[in-house]
Design a protein around this ligand. Structure first.
Ligand SMILES: *[C@@H]1O[C@H](CO)[C@@H](O)[C@H](O)[C@H]1NC(C)=O
Ligand SMILES: *[C@@H]1O[C@H](CO)[C@@H](O)[C@H](O)[C@H]1NC(C)=O
Ligand SMILES: *[C@@H]1O[C@H](CO)[C@@H](O)[C@H](O)[C@H]1NC(C)=O
Ligand SMILES: *[C@@H]1O[C@H](CO)[C@@H](O)[C@H](O)[C@H]1NC(C)=O
Ligand SMILES: *[C@@H]1O[C@H](CO)[C@@H](O)[C@H](O)[C@H]1NC(C)=O
Length: 813
């Protein structure tokens, strides 16, 4: 991966201006679908869809019947899916996947960090434009969609593995009145029986929004409360913004430690009146901006090629960790965001919680304006109202970065990425554990270091729908630890929307309910019905976490996605090419969320050539027909979930936290493919859930492979351990549930590695009507006792069956 790092720096060190007449025309063979990076405007907007005869729809598939230009320039801009726009938002991912009608996929990655745009249009064709830097194009031949992503990750790096607890449910709000309110929210969530792992504090916990400080009035007990959370198996994630107030201790330490900041390229450009207010900045060219703190701020330059900036960031995070022992980090505002750039009267002039300090003004006319107002400014400027510049909401393009080696014009899109790399190193040092980091702004290869949340969305059904697409897209971008602000960040949610969003969000890798300061609270325990639905959805999630965790582990180890569009698994089935609102966990679990108000059913497509079993409230364990069917989804059911025949999922009895769950017995869900074959496969990865992973080759983890084979006379479950961790005991495997079981088992014949095993007949049963075999015996398989396990039993002869039928086909053995 050092190859990749070299490229980043080569790229950012060079400045060249390409004008539109030099645009690159990228015409792909004849893609029937192209998935373009320009998250998060995921597809045709409302009006376009109306042309296609539907009233609303955001889809994974792009519309080439007309021209659409997508901007890529990281911007502090919240998704507004309900409106018809193609706004550039927080992240930049110049990557797309094309899928041909015959199911063959390819991918293209255009490595460039400048302001850029893509136009898609009839043909189909696309036009790529960038206004600087190098242009390096990578082509990934696939041919399977999942191959494309693995090939892409050979260039950008494989995703990091978060701590196990980071897969637990998380709660946050910007605008908690103080720690007392947090305590109440945590208590009511736990009292409602909702599995829950992570509490956050947003910028409220800081003293006047300054990093590495604590508001001792309202949050003084945060250190003690963090200990309380830890004692109860919970964890704490804190927000840190990149901007540092320039009269604060942290800035003083930064200066003493020779930290690099984003600067004016020349002394004569420095606005003296502002600079002179700050003794610590007065003698510098550091560009001063305005963010949440009361006074001016400076932006550390995490692209600094010396160790100084990273060392300081590490020290600050470690020092604060010694006061408040947080477990994970949330980095926000790293597009980077500056308030009111170039504006005479910025919005914060009227904001109660912010003083009216002088905004940053960039040279937009004259000799020094060539970078801030280049000849072609891209749609990232043109689609916004008049008086928008590349520097709007951010720093001046002419600013110097990398200690004068580069320009903000070239490196801006890398800010969130570079802060992610630095924070990743810092957090490991500060906490001694791998923890978890989420970042708002991302760029190719961010997934190696951080996860992502889909930004400051709205409490609207359109935004819930966008979420489903966004999570699938970020998996394609190599950032599988992703999810949305459940129930909506802005606006006031409704009980129904919040309930449906909790049900959906329970199936996203990053699962956090987050809300801003306006309006009433929206944590799930606010409404009894939402609490009940969340509890149910989270119990399902926690039950299946060993599977979700194994998918993430495999993605970190081998590359690839975790949440997948159905066409990833069934590219030959053209019907899957049009699906947007269903997704898979790996290759085994199909999830069909409710994405509209006022409905109690969902139309689901189950791909042909596979057998699917319902694993939710409707007809649990029963084979469902392939093709389109409408499935019941009332609010007191889970959303429809189906397991694919031929697959084995490891699971675990859920607890109230993942800390608790991890101690509970393991289980296997085996779904048989009764038509095409008789075997099923699966795997389980297991580690201590929190150690730092430097190198998988030496990392301490377990891996087991499961194969289940069935013949007329006999069943064999083969568990083979292919990797053994030292000093890492795992709970026993006590339950095996098998769907689609066509034979009558004789559980008096069960053997483990040829030794007879006494099955707990009270808790084990075979139902010949539902074809579910459910074996439960305490300590059935102790995975710590060896590396190979063969669990087998015989079947009874067909004529014997009647003799054992009791209680409506229930055969107790
Ligand atoms: C929606 O987008 C289309 C295509 O870009 C455009 O022609 C139309 O004017 C837009 N409608 C609104 C209401 O902005
Ligand atoms: C800031 O520096 C300038 C010279 O660059 C000096 O004239 C001025 O007195 C300084 N102001 C303060 C407040 O230190
Ligand atoms: C998918 O949608 C397109 C329209 O976008 C339509 O032409 C095509 O027939 C659909 N394919 C299938 C298999 O339904
Ligand atoms: C069990 O599975 C392992 C790994 O797949 C395989 O090597 C072994 O031969 C299998 N054992 C039996 C008895 O089928
Ligand atoms: C299988 O047994 C387990 C443990 O007794 C139980 O929790 C589960 O509900 C059973 N599954 C079915 C489908 O009855």
């Amino acid at each position: 991966m050092s190859r990749w790092l070299d490229k980043i720096f080569v790229l950012t060190g060079i400045f060249a201006l390409l004008v539109t007449s030099q645009e690159a025309h990228l015409s792909t063979e004849s893609p029937s679908q192209v998935f373009i990076d320009c998250y998060p405007q995921p597809g045709p907007s409302k009006e376009l869809c109306e042309l296609r005869g539907c009233t609303w729809k955001h889809v994974t598939k792009h519309d080439f019947s007309k021209y659409t230009t997508w901007g890529m320039f990281s911007r502090d801009e919240n998704p507004t899916s309900a409106t018809n726009n193609t706004y550039n938002l927080y992240s930049v991912h110049p990557f797309y996947m094309g899928l041909e009608k015959d199911g063959k996929a390819h991918g293209v990655f255009i490595l460039n960090s400048n302001a850029q745009e893509v136009t898609t249009g009839p043909g189909p064709h696309m036009i790529y434009r960038t206004i600087g830097g190098e242009l390096e194009i990578f082509y990934f031949p696939g041919p399977k969609p999942e191959d494309v992503i693995k090939q892409y990750e050979q260039v950008i790096g494989k995703p990091m593995l978060p701590a196990y607890w980071a897969f637990g449910f998380q709660l946050c709000r910007w605008g908690y009145q103080g720690l007392e309110e947090v305590k109440q929210v945590v208590a009511r969530t736990r009292n409602a029986g909702i599995p829950f792992d992570v509490q956050y504090a947003d910028i409220d916990y800081m003293d006047r929004y300054k990093d590495f400080t604590l508001d001792t009035q309202k949050w003084g007990d945060l250190p003690e409360y963090t200990n309380f959370l830890h004692e109860n198996g919970l964890h704490l994630i804190l927000i840190f913004d990149p901007a540092i107030q320039v009269d604060d201790d942290s800035f003083a330490r930064a200066k003493r430690q020779n930290v690099a900041f984003i600067e004016w390229p020349r002394k004569d450009l420095v606005p003296r009146e502002t600079q002179e207010k700050y003794p610590l900045a007065n003698d510098t060219n550091i560009m001063l901006g305005v963010v949440w703190p009361d006074r001016h701020v400076a932006f550390p330059d995490f692209l600094d090629q010396t160790h100084f900036t990273n060392d300081w960031w590490t020290n600050e995070l470690a020092h604060f960790h010694s006061k408040v022992p947080y477990d994970g980090i949330w980095i926000d505002m790293n597009e980077p965001t500056n308030f009111g750039t170039n504006e005479e009267t910025p919005w914060y002039y009227n904001f109660l919680d912010h003083p009216s300090i002088e905004p940053l003004k960039c040279p937009i006319v004259g000799a020094d304006s060539n970078l801030d107002v280049p000849p072609y400014q891209t749609v990232n400027v043109y689609q916004w109202p008049e008086n928008t510049y590349l520097s709007t909401k951010t720093f001046c393009m002419l600013a110097s970065t990398m200690r004068g080696q580069s320009r903000f014009y070239d490196t801006k899109n890398l800010y969130g990425w570079s802060e992610s790399v630095s924070t990743y190193k810092a957090m490991r040092k500060a906490t001694g554990k791998r923890g978890a980091i989420i970042s708002r702004s991302t760029y190719p290869s961010s997934g190696r270091y951080v996860g992502h949340w889909l930004g400051d969305n709205h409490a609207k059904w359109d935004d819930l729908r966008t979420t489903v697409i966004g999570v699938q897209e970020f998996n394609m971008f190599g950032i599988p630890y992703v999810g949305s602000d459940i129930c909506g960040f802005k606006g006031t949610t409704t009980e129904e929307l919040c309930l449906r969003w909790q049900q959906l969000g329970a199936f996203h890798s990053f699962s956090r309910n987050h809300h801003y300061w306006k309006g009433p609270a929206q944590d799930p325990a606010v409404w009894p019905r939402v609490a009940k639905a969340t509890k149910k959805a989270n119990l399902f999630r926690y039950h299946h976490l060993p599977y979700l965790f194994s998918l993430h582990f495999a993605a970190s180890l081998h590359g690839g996605t975790v949440m997948r569009p159905p066409f990833f698994e069934f590219p030959q089935d053209e019907e899957t090419h049009n699906l947007s609102y269903q997704f898979l966990w790996g290759s085994s679990l199909m999830i069909a969320p409710v994405v509209q108000p006022g409905v109690d059913s969902v139309k689901v497509y189950l791909p042909k050539d596979s057998q699917w079993y319902s694993v939710y409230d409707y007809s649990y364990g029963q084979v469902q027909p392939s093709g389109y069917e409408t499935y019941p989804a009332p609010m007191d059911y889970l959303i429809p979930v189906f397991v694919r025949g031929g697959h084995i999922l490891p699971r675990q009895r859920p607890g109230m936290t993942t800390t608790e769950s991890r101690k509970n017995e393991l289980q296997l869900l085996i779904a048989l493919e009764t038509e095409k074959g008789t075997s099923a496969h699966g795997e389980l990865y297991w580690d201590d859930g929190e150690s730092i992973i430097d190198d998988f080759a030496t990392y301490n983890y377990h891996h087991w492979e499961f194969t289940f084979t069935l013949s007329k006379s006999r069943a064999v479950l083969n568990i083979t351990q292919t990797r053994t961790a030292t000093d890492l005991p795992v709970p026993t495997m006590d339950n095996i549930e098998i769907l689609g079981y066509q034979y009558t088992p004789d559980l008096s014949t069960v053997k483990l590695n040829d030794q007879p095993v006494a099955i707990d007949m009270k808790h084990s049963l075979y139902d010949s009507q539902t074809k579910i075999l459910n074996i439960t015996t305490m300590g059935l398989i102790n995975l710590n006792s060896g590396r190979k396990f063969l669990l087998s039993w015989n079947h009874r002869g067909a004529q014997m069956q009647n003799g054992y039928l009791r209680n409506n086909n229930i055969v107790k053995m």
